[in-house]
Design a protein around this ligand. Sequence first.
Ligand SMILES: Nc1ncnc2c1ncn2[C@@H]1O[C@H](COP(=O)(O)OP(=O)(O)OP(=O)(O)O)[C@@H](O)[C@H]1O
Length: 330
Amino acid sequence: MGIEIRVEGLRKSFGRQVVWEDVTLTVPASEISALLGPSGTGKSVFLKNLVGLLRPDRGHVYVDGRDVPRVRENELYEVRRRFGVLFQDGALFGSMNIYDNIAFPLREHTRRTESEIRRIVLEKMEMVGLTGSGDKLPGEISGGMKKRAGLARALVLDPEVILADEPDSGLDPVRTAYLNQLFVDLNAETGATFLIVTHDIGTARVLPDNLGLLFRRGLVMFGPREMVLSSTHPAVDQFFNARREGPIGMAEEKDAADRTAEGGPPRTLPAPIPPQLMPSDGRVRPSMRRPGEWLAAHHVTPPPGSFVDETGRDWLRDWDTLTADHQRPA
Ligand SMILES: Nc1ncnc2c1ncn2[C@@H]1O[C@H](COP(=O)(O)OP(=O)(O)OP(=O)(O)O)[C@@H](O)[C@H]1O
């Protein structure tokens, strides 16, 4: 099962450059959360602070009662064991085949026998769809396969939290859709907490239970997907609707406060909220909310056309029928 990560008043700078300050949020246990933000807003730095690879200037990161920035070096190892981290490029060892790459954390951090290791590695390879590719070197496989190999390696120690830094960067839309489905399926199967950094608004709109946006040295918003996708906050609306008008500029130095006035109010309605991805094996994830649940509870009207999928099915209206079908064994 997953664990929650509670972040309080976190600040990080490099020299005189403040990356972000006063970041406070709770990444809920066993849910899928995604963190977005313009380039350079410190998303990768944030993930590194969670696992103690970087130390914040101040603030707390509570993981199961331990405050990560303040644990001793030997305790840090215990904390890190609970995380599986998928780095941007998969971070595979180029000279090792895929099997040995995936087996690496087990050989390094456990006393398991080679036959136990083999069972675990083959199981994780099957989970990510890499069965039969164990003998290949990283240089011989595609970018998408490298990401899945990195994911399998992140899974071998059965982590309670999975952090993935731009797992979809460089992938075509079809591979991205498969990878997103894989995240949903893994979350349903393992119950781990997922925090995914992505630039892909398509991913952000359909994959997570919760969404966050980093901008202007802070966390602008973090909360349920429906809340963020229906928000009228200028930066949130601009980012998740990919608009030019709004406070976010071409480069960080153009992200000046007065851009809101410059851009003026958005001239078009926000995009409809799509239905969330469901596990492919017919399960319903515990954190999966009814479409429109958050909106109804907060008296927010969703943008027109929301919750209708590409086949024209209306998930808001027909949720009971659609999920009844979904849960019926094939
Ligand atoms: N070890 C470091 N030393 C100094 N500065 C750093 C270090 N790591 C990151 N930075 C700076 O911190 C800022 C945030 O970097 P980070 O990689 O977290 O951004 P990001 O939001 O993940 O960007 P992108 O979306 O482009 O990947 C950048 O200005 C970067 O140059």
